[in-house]
Design a protein around this ligand. Structure first.
Ligand code: S3P
Length: 182
């Protein structure tokens, strides 16, 4: 995590359907910060949806683009960043996302994730429940590397955002007190 003056970014990680984009937008509003969704950034760069990028270019290409999106986001200040569900499971991308940021895992039970995921082909890696469950098991150890975990299974996005903001200012408080004394 960031040291000194507190994090420049709050990066939300977690499985597909855990609420990263909705909570991220709510948190950015709450803090008066900017918001960057890595998937939307990639889609805009290519003029294609994530599902189309997977179909046309494959997952390895998408992961490279995701790493590029993480690098671009690492230059942002006072931003909430929503990472795609696989970003934190990639070592190089995770390291980029961690530098100077407070990382937050939106933890969500398997049942809630499955209920929330749209069945419209937009999440090619969670097309059926068995695949989703396996992927979740594989990825949980990487999500645990986040600085904080906040449960997003039941609470409304605004409430989850408020809890993260509270935790983030607790993290930043000692640095602010030190700065005031000088
Ligand atoms: C993916 C998650 C998606 C998107 C892509 C791959 C994954 O993002 O990046 O479909 O590997 O878990 P969301 O987590 O925002 O759905």
């Amino acid at each position: 995590m960031a040291s000194g003056r507190g994090p420049q970014r709050i990066v939300l990680v977690g499985f597909m359907g855990s609420g990263k984009s909705t909570v991220g937008a709510a948190l950015a509003r709450h803090l008066g910060w900017g918001f960057r969704d890595l998937d939307r950034w990639i889609e805009q760069r290519h003029g294609l949806t994530v599902a189309e990028i997977f179909r046309r270019h494959g997952e390895a290409f998408f992961r490279e683009e995701e790493r590029r999106a993480a690098r671009a986001a690492a230059r942002l200040r006072r931003h909430v960043v929503a990472a795609g569900g696989g970003a934190f499971a990639e070592d190089a991308t995770r390291e980029i996302l961690q530098a100077g940021s407070l990382t937050v895992w939106l933890r969500c039970g398997e049942g809630a994730l499955w209920r929330r995921l749209p069945r419209d082909g937009s999440r090619p890696l969670a097309a059926d429940r068995g695949r989703m469950r396996r992927l979740l098991g594989e990825r949980e150890p990487s999500y645990r590397l986040a600085d904080l975990a906040v449960d997003s299974s039941r609470a409304a996005p605004d409430e989850v955002a408020r809890r993260i903001a509270e935790a983030a200012s607790l993290e930043a408080a000692p640095a602010r007190r030190t700065a005031k004394k000088r």
